[in-house]
Design a protein around this ligand. Structure first.
Ligand code: ADP
Length: 159
């Protein structure tokens, strides 16, 4: 069974990576789907985000990264996936995720969204917090893998 894990991953964090690793144990194939969102240009280009994710998943043979656009649920369906995975960190994530999950089910009832709880140690972790730390040249060891930390500092610290 193929599962899709969609998101903006701008950039990937240890919280995302934990969900990817857990999903890779449950499904035959996991596609990390970087969705183009014209309303949210973000910090890194899609290609940069893809490279950063790929650098962290080399140990996972059944995981690949794709860049997609349009409706996530349609993209997932056309890829052969019938499951969308989302992570829930805290109650603050719940409302938005419920809205998206319900909308996606209405758009295509053949695709189920499943939610995985963030590990407690990663439940406060987000790409935007990691970016605030990087901008101020703080210690990113706990937040993102070394290659991502290096790329963040190159990009975000004003020379
Ligand atoms: P989006 O813009 O679609 O929310 P993100 O890249 O922020 O994309 O997140 C992708 C998915 O990963 C979302 O389901 C989000 O809740 C989940 N996620 C983000 N950070 C964590 C974390 N620290 N632990 C577990 N899940 C997370």
């Amino acid at each position: 069974m193929i599962a899709v894990y969609p998101g903006s991953f701008d950039p990937v964090t240890y919280g995302h990576l934990d969900i990817i690793e857990r999903a890779a144990r449950m499904f035959d194939e996991v596609v990390v789907l970087l969705m183009v969102n014209d309303a949210k240009p973000g910090t890194f280009t899609m290609q940069e985000r893809k490279e950063m994710i790929e650098s962290t998943i080399t140990h996972l043979k059944n995981v690949r990264v794709e860049i997609g656009s349009g409706l996530t649920v349609e993209y997932a369906y056309n890829l052969g996936a019938r499951v969308i995975i989302r992570g829930i960190r805290a109650v603050t994530d719940y409302e938005y995720e419920m809205q998206m999950g319900t909308a996606n089910l209405a758009l295509n009832p053949q695709v189920e969204t499943i939610f995985m709880m963030a590990k407690p140690e990663y439940s406060f972790l987000s790409s935007s917090i990691a970016k605030s730390i990087a901008i101020n040249d703080g210690d990113l060891d706990y937040f993102v893998p070394p290659f991502v930390a290096r790329r963040m500092k190159e990009e975000l610290i004003k020379k």
